[in-house]
Write a protein that binds this ligand. Structure first.
Ligand code: OOG
Ligand code: NI
Length: 266
C-alpha cells in the first residue's frame, strides 16, 4: 500500500481521535493491541458543487479509489456514494451529502454562508479530509439547523473530518460475530446505538452493523463553547456472495439508522 494513502488515513484517524477518545479505547479492546482493519470511513457534506461528494472523492480517486455504489435517504434528505480501493485492506469510504435545497430558506442561508466562506485552496488540499470546521457559526445557528436536520447541525459544528471509522469484524482475531463484539463493548461501558435494534442488517443482506453513540466534545461556536455529540465508532461484519467474495456495498435501510448515532441523547 502506498505511503501516501497510509499517511492520509493516519492523519484522518488522529483528527478523529481528537474528538472521539472512546475510539482509542475500543481499538485497544477489540484489537487486543494489534492493528485493526477498517471496513470503512464515513464523511458528511452538502450537495453544493463547491463541497459536494465529488470534491471529497477527488482526493481518494487520486490515490486509486473508484466510485462503486449510490444510496438515497429520502426522509433524511441525503444522497450518498461509496468508494473502494483495489487494495482491500484499505477502508472503503462512504460519503453522503445533504440535499440543501429541500430545507427552509433560513437553514439554506446558514449553509450557503458557511460554504461560501470556505477557502478553495483548503478544499483542493489533501488536508481537506481532516480540516474540521473552517468557519464561524453561532450556537443559535446550530440550533436552527438542528431543528430541521441533525445531520446539517453536526456538519456545521464539526466540518470535514471522519464521522466514524468502522472495525472490520471479519478481520478481528479475538471476535467472530457482531453479538460478541456488542457484548464486549457494553461490558466495557460503551453505549450502543439501539435505533431499530443494536444490530442493523443480517446475513441475508450480507452486512451486519452496529455502532456506539457518539462521544461528546467541545465546539467553539462564535458566541460560546458547548459540548455536543462528536463522532462514533462502527462495527461491521460482511458475508460472502454466491461467488465466494465478501459483499462490499452498503445497505440503505441500515445506514439510515447508523446516521442516528450522532443524535443528542434524549
Ligand atoms: C453515515 C451513516 C451510514 C453505514 O455504514 O451505513 C454508514 C453517517 O452517519 O454519516 O456509515
Ligand atoms: Ni458506516
Amino acid at each position: 500500500m502506498s505511503i501516501e494513502v497510509k499517511s492520509l488515513f493516519n492523519n484522518i484517524w488522529q483528527n478523529y481521535l481528537d474528538v472521539t477518545p472512546s475510539a482509542q479505547k475500543i481499538h485497544q479492546l477489540l484489537g487486543s493491541g494489534n492493528d485493526v482493519i477498517n471496513d470503512h470511513v464515513a464523511y458528511r457534506t452538502f450537495n453544493i458543487k463547491k463541497v459536494g461528494i465529488e470534491k471529497l472523492a477527488q482526493h481518494l480517486i487520486a490515490l486509486g479509489y473508484t466510485e462503486c455504489g449510490e444510496y438515497h435517504f429520502e426522509a433524511k434528505k441525503l444522497y450518498a456514494k461509496h468508494f473502494e480501493h483495489a487494495d482491500t485492506t484499505l477502508p472503503k469510504v462512504f460519503i453522503s451529502e445533504l440535499l440543501v435545497e429541500e430545507f427552509s430558506e433560513q437553514a439554506q442561508a446558514i449553509i450557503h454562508r458557511i460554504v461560501d466562506s470556505i477557502d478553495e485552496a483548503v478544499i483542493a488540499s489533501d488536508e481537506f479530509l481532516y480540516s474540521g470546521k473552517q468557519w464561524d457559526i453561532s450556537y443559535q445557528e446550530y440550533q436552527t439547523l438542528l431543528a430541521e436536520s441533525e445531520y446539517a447541525a453536526w456538519l456545521s459544528a464539526w466540518g470535514y473530518r471522519a464521522n466514524h471509522f468502522t472495525v472490520s469484524i471479519n478481520h478481528l482475531a479475538n471476535y467472530n460475530d457482531i453479538e460478541s463484539v456488542n457484548q464486549a463493548l457494553k461490558d466495557a461501558g460503551f453505549a450502543l446505538n439501539a435505533t431499530g435494534g443494536e444490530i442493523k442488517g443480517n446475513e441475508e443482506v450480507k452486512l451486519e452493523q452496529s455502532s456506539t453513540m457518539a462521544d461528546k466534545a467541545s465546539v467553539a461556536f462564535s458566541d460560546q463553547t458547548i459540548e455536543i455529540p462528536s463522532c462514533f465508532y462502527e462495527f461491521a461484519k460482511r458475508y460472502p456472495l454466491e461467488n465466494g467474495e465478501l459483499y462490499t456495498g452498503f445497505v440503505a435501510a441500515s445506514a439510515d439508522k447508523i446516521f442516528e448515532s450522532t443524535n443528542v441523547a434524549a
